[in-house]
Design a protein around this ligand. Structure first.
Ligand SMILES: Nc1ncnc2c1ncn2[C@@H]1O[C@H](COP(=O)(O)OP(=O)(O)OP(=O)(O)O)[C@@H](O)[C@H]1O
Ligand SMILES: [Mg+2]
Length: 246
C-alpha cells in the first residue's frame, strides 16, 4: 500500500465468525480472518471457497451469521463497491461486464465523479490511448477474446481505484505478456491487492498467502512456505490416487 497502516486505521478487511451457505452447501462455518497486508494470495482446490470469500467481501453474498467489514464499513449494509472501498475482478469477465463497448464499460468506473457520461467516455478513451489500446475504444466487448475481456476488467478496476482490489483467477485467460504485465501492475499498485489463483508462481513471493481447504484455512503465512505446503499436499494426494488406481 502507498502508506503503512497506522493503529487508528480501520482493518482493511475483517471476517468475524462467518457462516455462509450457498444453496445447500455450507461453504464457511465460523471463518474468522483479518486481511491487513498489502499483497495477499488465496490458493486452494476447486470449490475451496475462494470466489465465495470475495463475494462476501464485496457484499454480493450475505453470511447466515457473523460479519464482514471493509475499511470499517459493514459489507452487507453499505454499498462497499460503490463507495470505492473494494472492487473485484470476476473469475469470468462476462459476469463483470455490463456495457456493449469498451469505452462505455470503462466510463462506468468513472461514474462516481458525477460528470456526464460523454466526458467519462472521453477520459476512458484517453486511458486506452495511453496504453496503446486506443483502437479498442469503440470495439464491441463481445468481439474481444476472453483474455482481452479480462484485460478490460483489470483496466476498469484500475480506473475505479478502490482501496482494496480482489482479483479472482485474473491470469486464467491471459497470454504470457498479459500475465507479466499484470504482475508488474500489481507490484506497482498503491492499493491492497488480494489475488486468488491456481498459478502459484504469481503469489509465491507475496508476504502472505492463505490456503483454503473446504472452506477452512489450512495454512496461512509467507507465500513461499504456504505454496510449498500446498504443492506437497497435492503431490501426496496424486501419489495416493495413483496407488489406488494401480
Ligand atoms: N451459486 C452456487 N450455488 C450453490 N453452491 C455454490 C454456488 N457457487 C459455488 N457453490 C459451492 O460453494 C463452494 C465454494 O465454491 P467457490 O466458487 O467459492 O470455490 P472456488 O475456490 O472459487 O473454486 P474454483 O477454484 O473452482 O474457482 C463449492 O462447494 C461450490 O460448489
Ligand atoms: Mg473461484
Amino acid at each position: 500500500m502507498s502508506r503503512a497502516l497506522s493503529p487508528s486505521d480501520p482493518t482493511p478487511i475483517h471476517l468475524d465468525h462467518v457462516r455462509l451457505l450457498r444453496g445447500t452447501t455450507t461453504v464457511f462455518d465460523d471463518l474468522t480472518l483479518r486481511l491487513t497486508e498489502s499483497r495477499i494470495g488465496l490458493i486452494g482446490d476447486n470449490g475451496a471457497g475462494k470466489s465465495s470469500l470475495f463475494r462476501l467481501i464485496c457484499g454480493l453474498d450475505k453470511p447466515q451469521s457473523g460479519s464482514v467489514s471493509v475499511w470499517g464499513h459493514d459489507a452487507q449494509s453499505q454499498p462497499v463497491e460503490r463507495v470505492g472501498l473494494v472492487g473485484m475482478m470476476f473469475q469470468n469477465p462476462d459476469d463483470q461486464i455490463i456495457f456493449p463497448t469498451v469505452e462505455e464499460e470503462l466510463a462506468l468506473s468513472l461514474s462516481p465523479n458525477g460528470l456526464p457520461r460523454k466526458v467519462n467516455c472521453q477520459q476512458a478513451r484517453q486511458v486506452l490511448t495511453a496504453r496503446g489500446l486506443g483502437h479498442w475504444a469503440e470495439r464491441a466487448i463481445g468481439s474481444l477474446s476472453q483474455g482481452q475481456r479480462q484485460h478490460v476488467c483489470w483496466l476498469a478496476l484500475m480506473i475505479a481505484s478502490p482501496r482494496s482490489v480482489l482479483l479472482d483467477e485474473p491470469y486464467s485467460s491471459l497470454d504470457l505478456p498479459g500475465r507479466a504485465m499484470l504482475d508488474m501492475e500489481i507490484s506497482k499498485a498503491s492499493q491492497q491487492v488480494i489475488v486468488s489463483t491456481h498459478l502459484l508462481d504469481h503469489v509465491r513471493g507475496f508476504e502472505r498467502v492463505i490456503w483454503l481447504d473446504k472452506g477452512q484455512v489450512r495454512a496461512d503465512g509467507q507465500g513461499t512456505s504456504v505454496c510449498s505446503a500446498y504443492e506437497a499436499d497435492v503431490a501426496a494426494r496424486c501419489l495416493s490416487q495413483s496407488m489406488n488406481i494401480d
